[in-house]
Design a protein around this ligand. Structure first.
Ligand SMILES: Nc1ncnc2c1ncn2[C@@H]1O[C@H](COP(=O)(O)OP(=O)(O)OP(=O)(O)O)[C@@H](O)[C@H]1O
Ligand SMILES: [Mg+2]
Length: 365
């Protein structure tokens, strides 16, 4: 099923794994990175909030905000030898934002004031979209450095997978938007209005907070052009033919709908959809036996009671498996060229290198 998976990724310099929350984006991103490294490339994977045990398995115990090489000897027990190199990092939103401010500020004192500003400190980590934006900024930085053959980017656990794609435009719209411009350059009637509004705000949120807010916007104005240019560059990077998207979904109803929507959205935005992974499927039993027949077969080995219990479990799994198969069928009908790659649900979470290596064999064949 999967010998074409590596050919789908051929020639890519950036691989972005996107999909709804909890479907396995981080796991698939790590598996793809491992697979490409096993096949000889120097790969950096940028993970976002990986499960603690997966982070440990990748040697990401400390937050460095830079890729670190996963020591080749760690793979010894997996039976896998890497021809290339695997580098991995966990995205640190706050640090990535701070680094961006340092890079784009006109001078060190502006950077220092902004980094110390209370509004900035809240915004840089708490605002919706900051994970998306910093993931893009990190991708841009690593791509620009050109130290890796391939960068694999995990995406944040957003409610809607499409949020991720529109983050740069939303930032751009915000930075270029009327509201911000009025705030930064109030004039005439607007200025008088702004005065009234500011007076009211002062009473509501307090003078100190308002001062912080005003100086935040003033300081930010020095970075606006740089930030907007960056957002534009990121957009260009996403559109390159060597940047490919892997849409990840589970076989359940809602994520499948979301995957179909995301795929259509990628096409519409002129972005390159390279593969579709349906993760955690339960296989349909090809024998198609009913519970009675299963119990009958198992009875000599297990005894009547246990055989019936196992048969009931088997039947329930078959109901689930056929529901999943129908959902995948609908997905294929709505995106005819999708040719999804299916990954089985494993009995345990994918939290160590051995499990990742097994998933790699399944995905890459
Ligand atoms: N094929 C699989 N079999 C068994 N467990 C899996 C499989 N794929 C992923 N998992 C487990 O499912 C959980 C969710 O996976 P993962 O963290 O990769 O999802 P995610 O899409 O990145 O989630 P989020 O949207 O929260 O970032 C993890 O505990 C992971 O180990
Ligand atoms: Mg994740």
């Amino acid at each position: 099923m999967s010998d074409h998976f590596s050919s789908r990724l051929a020639g890519l310099r950036v691989v972005i794994c996107a999909g709804s929350g909890g479907v396995g984006k981080t796991t698939v991103a790590a598996t793809i990175a491992l697979g490409l490294a096993a096949r000889g490339q120097k790969v950096a994977v940028v993970t976002i909030d990986p499960a603690r045990r997966l982070a440990e398995a990748l040697g990401l115990a400390e937050l460095g905000n830079r890729p670190q090489q996963v020591a080749p000897e760690r793979f010894a027990e997996t039976g896998l030898s890497l021809e290339g190199e695997l580098w991995a990092m966990m995205l640190d939103v706050k640090r990535t934002f701070d680094e961006l401010v340092e890079l784009l500020a006109p001078d060190a004192s502006t950077a220092g004031q902004l980094l110390g500003n209370r509004v900035y400190r809240q915004l840089s980590s708490a605002v919706a979209g900051s994970q998306e934006y910093t993931a893009m900024a990190k991708l841009f930085e690593l791509d620009h450095e050109a130290s890796y053959d391939v960068i694999v980017l995990d995406t944040p656990p957003s409610r809607s997978a499409v949020d991720f794609l529109t983050a740069p435009q939303r930032l751009d719209a915000f930075l270029g938007g009327r509201a911000l411009r009025l705030f930064l350059r109030p004039s005439g009637a607007v200025f008088r209005m702004a005065g009234l509004v500011l007076g009211a705000l002062k009473r509501i949120i307090g003078a100190r907070m308002l001062d912080d807010l005003t100086s935040f916007f003033t300081l930010l104005s020095g970075l606006l052009d740089g930030l907007r240019e960056r957002a534009g560059d990121v957009h260009g990077l996403l559109r390159r033919p060597t940047t490919g998207f892997v849409v990840v979904t589970s076989p359940s109803e809602l994520p499948i709908e979301e995957a179909a929507y995301l795929s259509a959205q990628l096409d519409q935005m002129g972005l390159h959809r390279r593969a579709l992974v349906v993760n955690r499927i339960h296989p349909v039993d090809p024998a198609g036996l009913d519970a009675g027949a299963v119990a009958e077969r198992l009875e000599p080995a297990l005894g009547a009671t246990l055989a019936r219990r196992v048969a009931r479990g088997h039947a329930a799994l078959q109901v689930l498996a056929s529901r999943e198969a129908n959902a995948v069928g609908r997905l294929m009908a709505s995106i005819p060229d999708a040719k999804p790659v299916l990954l089985l649900d494993r009995s345990a979470d994918v939290h160590d290198l051995t499990a990742l290596a097994a998933l790699y064999s399944e995905l890459f064949g």
